[in-house]
Design a protein around this ligand. Structure first.
Ligand code: FES
Ligand SMILES: [Fe+2]
Length: 456
């Protein structure tokens, strides 16, 4: 049991200096600020861009856009993945416009220049007509740094960047425990939003809004009696900020108030969760708080024999609690023992008051379970193949909780336009927002070299 002992301890991350500079509304509205941010920050950070499962075979490719840039990720013959700017080096035509596909060669639709999956030009019509010489074998697609981790494809426009492992810092070890590369996507919705990308990340960098926005709490509500699946009390929530600029928040599974009826009987959904793991809810009548540890023990004991092979590596707390991460700059994720809630915001190509927002869900693949998978948009069959849905904001639901967040994003963006807004006034539990904005400014001010960790 030595390994189980080790996994019980979650190490804290170091304290960070946050600064106290103003965060004003124009950071969310100004074209000039967006340009500075793109030139100095977006071009120097690792970005989670694709998923390896989209690229099973050599020649498979996936396109993803970030602000004004578009990238191609391409599976290579040797099993690796390379990434390129999606632009033909003849006269700048984008090479592809679809989301994904398979090629022997990328053939530009303007004059038929053809590039192999490893980026080399190997055909150009009238190749003998170029005064600088035949471009074939000479001209290549422009490559960006590309690595894979946790089943995802990550890119960095700065070819002089640190390794992805170094950039991710403690995230690498935390996430390695879950075998995320084996998990499968069960929900994938992407929409445009009428707000700056930072409105989205700010929101996922705090849980202060959760009682108000998601639990209909009012000034009269007793905050310690809020009904919900997680404990939102900031005093009992753990916050960590990493040297590398990423954040972690751990909220306990909220098996207290709201988990019982007036007589103290455990009610749904907790009752079913307990039964699923061989625990009789009646035994915990009147003491729902104790179910958290009981569930952890049951999952620790029964998980491996039920095919949850990663359970041997994850912490006890991970069986019940919400581990919420934000990875600088634009990726927020809640990691559950069997669910990976993927939330990402990318800048709009030209408009700082819009962004592209992804809400996806990945689930573990236990060997012996056939039960449906619970996602942010409802239950789905474990065998289901889920299509990526792309739509304009409001055309479809993104799931109840995220729809509630989106309604706020849209209104907040209009507030940032007001000359009456004098800048944020942040609580300690919103420190992750301050840290994020400090990092953005440090990048813009050139304090963050391409190599090395952010200044603290
Ligand atoms: S721009 Fe691509 S072949 Fe001319
Ligand atoms: Fe929220």
């Amino acid at each position: 049991m030595a390994e189980a002992q080790d996994t019980n301890i979650i190490a804290s991350w170091p304290q960070q200096q946050l600064g106290d500079h103003s965060i004003s509304g124009n950071r969310y509205t100004s074209r000039e600020f967006a340009d500075q941010e793109f030139e100095n920050m977006w071009t120097k950070v690792w970005l989670l861009l694709g998923h390896e499962a989209e690229l099973p075979n050599p020649g498979d490719w996936q396109r993803e856009d970030v602000g004004p840039e578009s990238f191609l990720m391409v599976r290579q013959k040797d099993g690796g993945v390379k990434a390129f700017y999606n632009v033909c080096q003849h006269r700048g035509n984008p090479l592809v416009s679809d989301e994904k596909g398979h090629v022997k060669r990328f053939v530009c639709r303007y004059h038929s220049w053809a590039f192999t999956p490893d980026g080399e030009l190997n055909f150009a019509p009238d190749a003998d007509d170029f005064p600088e010489g035949n471009p074939c074998g000479k001209v290549r697609l422009e490559e960006v740094a590309c690595e894979t981790f946790a089943g995802f494809v990550w890119i960095n426009m700065d070819t002089n960047c640190v390794s992805l492992k170094e950039y991710l810092g403690p995230i690498w070890e935390d996430w390695s425990r879950y075998d995320l590369h084996t998990w499968k996507r069960y929900a994938a919705k992407t929409t445009t939003l009428p707000c700056n990308w930072k409105v989205v990340l700010d929101n996922f960098n705090e849980s202060y809004h959760v009682p108000t926005v998601h639990m209909a709490a009012t000034p009269a509500t007793k905050r310690n009696q809020i009904i919900g699946g997680v404990n939102t009390n900031y005093r009992e929530t753990r916050f960590d900020l990493s040297d590398e600029g990423h954040n972690r928040m751990v909220m306990e599974g909220g098996y207290g108030v709201g988990s019982t009826d007036k007589e103290g009987n455990i009610i749904e959904p907790l009752a079913s969760q307990l039964q699923q793991w061989g625990i009789d809810p009646a035994e915990y009548k009147g003491r729902p708080e104790e179910t958290r540890i009981a569930l952890q023990k049951a999952k620790r004991k029964l998980g491996p024999e039920r095919g949850y092979s990663h359970y041997e590596k994850i912490h006890d707390e991970a069986f019940t609690d919400a581990f919420h991460y934000t990875l600088f700059p634009n990726f927020a994720v809640s990691v559950w023992a069997d669910g990976f809630h993927f939330l990402r915001a990318r800048p709009h190509p030209t408009d700082p008051e819009q962004c592209i927002f992804d809400n996806w869900w990945y689930a573990s693949q236990p060997h012996s379970e056939t039960a449906p998978v619970s996602t942010t948009v409802g239950l789905v069959d474990r065998d289901a193949e889920v299509e990526h849905e792309v739509f304009n904001v409001g055309e479809q639901s993104m799931g109840k909780t995220i729809d509630e967040d989106i309604a706020v994003f849209t209104r907040q963006q209009t507030g940032f336009r007001s000359r009456g807004f004098k800048g944020v006034y942040l609580s300690n539990q919103e420190s992750r927002i301050r840290r994020y904005h400090k990092l953005i400014d440090d990048y813009i001010d050139g304090k963050l070299p391409a190599k090395g960790k952010p200044a603290t």
